[in-house]
Design a protein around this ligand. Structure first.
Ligand code: 13P
Ligand code: SF4
Length: 343
């Protein structure tokens, strides 16, 4: 596709969202990326948090972390370019190890993935022998390798309920764990914050950790009350990485794909989406007939590292290659495949 044709497409979708001069410049970059992608037999996967021009131009598939894991596992392309953060690119490599996986930014971390190490999980296993470990996919490969099963925000409850054990460790997102505890009716403790008395597990059914998403922890119940005072008919959607006090006040809580579907399918007069703000722009562009309120000053600094410039550089210089040591990969793949089997 030519840069001019891409610009026309992007203008039709994003003219109310992105300034014209930026659209023109980025359409040129996107055209180069699409050409190189075809030359190199590559697939581009784009997370829902990618900035609007990237999101609506270069990916072959967009989606949440679960959907993109499935796409990565199935692709027969030689090269996977992951426009997301490092733990997502690692997941692609774990599930499809014969492909080359590139992450366009050197780091692109995640505050949740940084919050726990493999040694922490081993220590917890010693502290709570026999208790199965569920880890959120927002973790690095070595942490997944220490886990029994992974989950994403869209299947966390189903994964916990699939386990025969009454007590489960759910790591590392404190807020997602608290939200899962509420939905499953389980009691929760945090062993690093409060001692578990005796074996302590008699009425404890979920053992959490203290990780937080630096983006979603910023939303507060007060934000919701203020918006509702101004717009009583607003439908409020919150990602389950928000605190349980926030999700309890929202009309809907779900992963990024579920929030996109909710806005498409529900007929509220206006919406407020409490998540990373590029996704708000992407939803607004896809639903021009609906009013989206903005409470958005928070971009994920890690997702924000992925730009069209870096994506072009990734294809040009074959960087940054994601490697996962084979012994870790095999064990992490088991935990991921168990999750994928649940659906
Ligand atoms: P999803 O799994 O809902 O795409 O979320 C990933 C993420 O990083 C949310 O902050
Ligand atoms: Fe991690 Fe939060 Fe960024 Fe998602 S939004 S990648 S959980 S820091």
């Amino acid at each position: 596709m030519t840069a001019e044709a891409l610009y026309e497409n992007l203008y039709a979708k994003l003219h109310g969202v992105v300034p014209d001069v930026e659209l023109r410049y980025k359409a040129g970059l996107a055209a180069d990326i699409i050409r190189r992608k075809a030359e190199q037999n590559a697939v581009i996967l784009g997370h829902n948090y990618m900035e609007p021009v990237l999101f609506y131009s270069v990916p072959d598939y967009t989606g949440d972390s679960l959907e993109l894991s499935r796409r990565a596992a199935r692709t027969d392309k030689d090269l996977i370019i992951f426009c997301g953060v490092r733990f997502m690119a690692e997941t692609a490599k774990i599930l499809n190890p014969t492909r080359t996986v590139l992450l366009p930014a050197r780091r692109a971390g995640c505050s949740l993935a940084e919050s726990i190490t493999a040694a922490d999980v081993r220590r917890l296993r010693q502290q709570f022998p026999g208790v199965p470990v569920v880890t959120y996919v927002n973790t690095y490969a070595d942490v997944k390798a220490e886990s029994d099963i992974c989950c994403t925000s869209s299947n966390a409850v189903a994964v916990v309920e699939s386990l025969p054990s009454g007590t489960v460790m759910f790591l590392p997102d404190e807020y997602l764990a608290r939200n899962v505890a509420r939905e499953t009716g389980k009691h929760i403790v945090f062993p690093t914050r409060q001692p578990v008395v005796g074996d302590g597990l008699l009425d404890v059914q979920l053992i959490g950790w203290h990780g937080r998403c630096e983006v979603h922890e910023k939303f507060t119940p007060r934000d919701i009350r203020d918006i509702r005072a101004q717009f009583p008919d607003v439908a409020i959607l919150a990602h389950p990485e928000c605190s349980p006090e926030v999700t309890a006040l929202a009309d809907f809580s779900g992963g990024t794909n579920a929030m996109i579907r909710y806005v498409q399918q529900t007929h509220a007069p206006r919406y407020l989406v409490l998540t990373e703000c590029a996704m708000g722009d992407n939803i607004a562009a896809a639903n021009p007939d609906k009013e989206l309120l903005r409470l958005c000053s928070v971009r994920c600094p890690h997702m924000n590292e992925i730009t069209l410039e870096d994506t072009l550089a990734a294809l040009t210089h074959h960087r940054y290659v994601i490697e996962v040591p084979e012994d870790i990969r095999v064990r992490a793949a088991r935990a991921l495949e168990r999750m994928i089997a649940i659906g």
